[in-house]
Design a protein around this ligand. Structure first.
Ligand SMILES: Nc1ncnc2c1ncn2[C@@H]1O[C@H](COP(=O)(O)OP(=O)(O)OP(=O)(O)O)[C@@H](O)[C@H]1O
Length: 231
């Protein structure tokens, strides 16, 4: 079963081709790393799949549906930058998600917040950047979605917390759900990936099973990335 099918997907910003005839198919049940140098289309692709940005050209199907209200219900999206007001308390963020998403599991969110000793009375603005990111990720992973789109989920967090975040991702998605993670922290994330997609200039330059790639190239994904994209 394909969770995602993109065919000749294009998106321009003026004369910049952010996505350039991109074709990509992803099966259900995979954790996929979306990797590429700065400015090569990762965020644009994720925003398009989340329904935040409209495409210029091409076809996109998520779980067989065109992007719209129906796909937003089954896609849980962690944006690169938070859209939550810094004045909100953590408990208000929980209520917000509960109100907006039928598939949100508040008990699960509370349990995870508790594990990290995050006080629900705290305002987001009083938290460190890393803790704010954790709160947001917990909300996104507490939905029972079919497709999780995580744009740089670990940018601001320390290495120990990255491990917690990866554990959170693995333990909170069901076997038939799919997770697409955009990140530059390849070394940290590659242990949990089933597949990688390398984006170059808005196109898919490589899409492979991670184990097969490691065997074939006899190197880690991180080493391969550095070689392919060396400046
Ligand atoms: N709102 C915008 N207006 C104009 N150009 C944009 C806009 N957003 C992105 N771009 C351009 O589109 C291209 C793709 O950007 P995108 O943010 O998708 O890259 P990215 O791979 O996510 O980069 P990074 O790794 O730095 O986050 C870049 O050339 C970028 O400058």
């Amino acid at each position: 079963m394909m969770i995602l099918e993109c065919e000749n997907l294009s998106k321009n910003y003026g004369s910049v081709k952010a996505l350039d005839n991109l074709t990509l198919k992803i099966e259900s049940g995979k954790i996929v790393g979306l990797l590429g140098p700065n400015g090569h289309g990762k965020t644009t692709l994720i925003k398009t799949l989340s329904g935040l940005l409209s495409k210029d050209k091409g076809k996109v199907l998520i779980d067989g549906k065109r992007i719209g209200v129906g796909t937003k219900k089954i896609v849980s999206y962690l944006p690169e930058r938070s859209y939550l007001s810094p004045e909100m308390k953590i408990k208000e963020v929980v209520s917000f998600f509960q109100e907006f998403y039928e598939d949100f599991d508040a008990k699960k969110a509370d349990a995870m917040l508790g594990e990290l000793s995050l006080d629900k009375e705290s305002k987001l603005k009083s938290l460190s950047k890393g803790n704010r990111e954790k709160v947001q990720l917990i909300m996104v992973m507490s939905r029972k979605a079919k497709l999780y789109l995580l744009d740089e989920p670990m940018g601001g967090v320390d290495p120990a917390a990255r491990d917690y975040i990866l554990k959170t991702i693995i333990s909170n998605y069901s076997e038939d759900a799919t997770v697409i993670i955009s990140t530059h922290l390849i070394q940290d994330v590659e242990q949990i990936l089933d597949e990688v997609v390398f984006l170059k200039e808005g196109k898919v330059m490589l899409h492979s099973d991670v184990d097969e790639l490691r065997m074939e190239k006899e190197k880690s994904v991180d080493a391969l990335f550095r070689e392919v994209f060396s400046c």
